[in-house]
Design a protein around this ligand. Structure first.
Ligand SMILES: Nc1ncnc2c1ncn2[C@@H]1O[C@H](COP(=O)(O)OP(=O)(O)OP(=O)(O)O)[C@@H](O)[C@H]1O
Length: 598
């Protein structure tokens, strides 16, 4: 999903922020105390002018300087009370906001784990990364500071207005009328700023995707000398983001200017009016001082509205972006009433299976278009077909990386959709051509699918079968941390480790999507020999791109135009199927070419 993807319909700020309520709710009492403390601090700040009025109209006007000390002490006490309230606010709010952020981040990560592969096919990694890191950080800061200050400042303004009216309703009214246009200005600001805030967050996600992709593909970029080209693309994206940030800053600056200018204008008008009222003896000097002391207290809350309003909009937009992921449909999930297979035998059946990707055009035929195939327990079935015939796609269906769009995949006669995903994936393990490893130790990588964290015998056995004993020569043996995605290993080494991982899962069914493609022919033969011993008890479906892999199999299934065209032993198919002979001869041709290169 890119920045051009349709963002969720724009809600109001409050309803967007309310999307985080399930995570905020447990902490509301504490945050409420925090808000009360902040309000306490503000009220204390508002009381100080009142004390000053009494001081000015009383002891100072009457010429009693000895009474100034108690007033001074009172103001000092009020100052201390204000500081304590501010401390309490921080204490009450900081912990919850970090807890909320952590809970939301964990929920997001858990959701990403649950979401089907087709979701990840559609969404850019940077968009997910920026939501998990940047948006949630923004929400935390808003909850810890913005939300409380916004509420308190609004309350301060309302209470302060009341106090201004108390000192002089005429001055209060003048103050209110002159400041009223702020409402219209902030309304316009919200409309402009919302779009820019969302755009900037999406562009940040796009930028993160670009960084991620270029780091991931750094070898390709370097090998093809495309670094400068990638940099040019990145620079364009970065300057798009910069432009959006400048637009935001302009909106922000315009609002702040109005929020400074309008209250100052109102002070000037109120000053003239106030002096005149004092001359008319409608107001005392003390009341006028108190009015202005109160109005000064309101200066910061009014000015800060611009910044806090922008902050709220950004947090609201971040909250919408978070929910867009959280609300994504989980199309592949556990059944309501799951069946279980206590002792799987490993009979795998594709029964009239159809599948098409979400982005397939309506006129296109199904990519898997009525495939039927039975693999009996302990059998090794090779799957071959011309490139693009749908072999990889078919192998993704048994473990429900994608769900069939019609038909059934059955394990021991049970529809795979009737098992929990956890159980299904303990029965069926996969190894892919593109071997993905994690930045963890060799042991952790091998045991990833085994359900055990510590099983040295199993690790050793699996490594032997996958001909991956090279790991013992790594600097720290099995405890060596593998670089990100196994980048520190060769392609063939990575594939062998991924194969060891699939073997260590000790599944009833092993699905191997051409996991030996990066191996030299000799190593492949050794792995195949070792696999034969394992596969004797395991049902296996192996996508084959080399004739030697086909010979490992008990039978071969030929895939053609989305169907299983023929099934038989290698020699049977060679004898009776012209298309099979064509596919095999192209595989032989490819293998010859590859050998020529080696
Ligand atoms: N995630 C996806 N979303 C949309 N289309 C896809 C996706 N993955 C594969 N395809 C399309 O499905 C078709 C079949 O791909 P698939 O990888 O299953 O074929 P294959 O027989 O394994 O090919 P090869 O032998 O080259 O590995 C291709 O045309 C491909 O473009």
């Amino acid at each position: 999903m890119s920045s051009s993807a349709e963002p969720a319909k724009r809600n109001g700020i409050l309803s967007s922020l309310a999307l985080t309520l399930p995570y905020v709710r447990p902490w509301l009492p504490r945050m409420f105390v925090g808000a009360l403390s902040a309000l306490g601090a503000t009220i204390v700040a508002l009381v100080i002018p009142m004390v000053m009025r009494v001081l000015v109209d009383g002891p100072l006007a009457e010429g009693n300087p000895e009474q100034v000390l108690p007033f001074g002490l009172l103001i000092l006490g009020l100052g201390i009370a204000e500081a304590v309230c501010i401390l309490l606010r921080r204490f009450m709010v900081t912990g919850p906001s970090t807890m909320i952020e952590a809970t939301m981040r964990n929920s997001l990560y858990a959701k990403l784990q649950r979401l089907q592969v087709s979701f990840h096919d559609r969404w850019q990694s940077g968009q997910l990364l920026s939501r998990a890191v940047q948006d949630l950080g923004r929400l935390r800061r808003f909850l810890a500071f913005g939300a409380i200050m916004f509420t308190v400042n609004m309350l301060t303004i309302v209470i302060g207005m009341g106090v201004l009216f108390y000192w002089s309703w005429l001055l209060g009214l003048a103050f209110l009328v002159i400041n009223a246009p702020i409402l219209i200005i902030t309304y316009r600001f919200e409309r402009q700023y919302w779009g820019a805030a969302r755009l900037s967050q999406d562009q940040t996600g796009d930028l993160a995707t670009t960084v991620e992709q270029s780091v991931h593909g750094i070898r390709v970029l370097k090998a093809f000398g495309r670094g400068p080209h990638a940099l040019a693309g990145f620079t364009t994206q970065a300057s798009d983001l910069q432009e959006t940030e400048i637009r935001k800053a302009k909106f922000d600056a315009t609002l702040s200017a109005w929020l400074t200018f309008i209250p100052l204008t109102s002070y000037a008008v109120c000053l003239f009016l106030g002096v005149w009222l004092v001359q008319q003896e409608v107001l005392t000097v003390g009341q006028l001082v108190a009015f202005f002391a109160t109005a000064v207290v309101l200066t910061f809350p009014i000015e800060s509205l611009g910044f806090l309003y922008a902050f709220s909009i950004e947090a609201a937009s971040a909250s919408v972006r978070f929910r867009e992921v959280m609300d994504a449909d989980e199309t592949i999930h556990d059944p309501e009433e799951a069946t279980t297979i206590a002792r799987p035998e490993g009979r795998l059946e594709f029964r009239d299976v159809h599948f098409r990707y979400d982005d397939a055009g309506p006129q296109e035929r199904d990519l898997v278009d009525g495939a039927s195939l039975v693999i009996v327990p302990g059998e090794t079935m090779a799957l071959i077909g011309v490139t693009g015939s749908g072999k990889t796609t078919l192998t993704a269906l048994p473990s429900r990386l994608y769900d069939v769009t019609q038909g059934q995949v059955l394990l021991d006669g049970v529809d795979v959709r009737d098992l929990t995903l956890k159980e299904l994936r303990t029965h069926i393990a996969m190894a892919f051509e593109d071997a993905t490893l994690f930045s963890r130790s060799v042991t952790d990588n091998v045991l990833l699918g085994s359900g055990s964290d510590d099983n040295p015998e199993l690790v050793e056995k699996s490594l032997q079968i996958a001909q991956a004993s090279f790991v013992h020569d790594l600097p720290e043996g099995l405890e060596t941390q593998i670089g990100e995605e196994g980048m520190s290993l060769s392609g063939g080494q990575r594939q062998r480790l991924a194969l060891a991982r699939a073997v260590a899962a000790e599944p009833a069914v092993l699905v191997l999507d051409d996991p030996l493609s990066a191996l030299d022919v000799e190593t492949e033969a050794q792995v195949e020999d070792a696999l034969r011993t394992v596969l004797a008890s395991t049902t296996a479906l192996i996508v084959a791109h080399r004739p030697s892999t086909v010979q490992l199999a008990d039978r071969v299934a030929l895939m053609r135009e989305g169907r299983i065209d023929d099934v038989g032993t290698h020699s049977e198919l060679l004898a009776r199927n012209a298309h099979y002979r064509y596919v095999i001869s192209s595989l032989e041709e490819e293998t010859r070419k590859r050998k020529g290169y080696q």
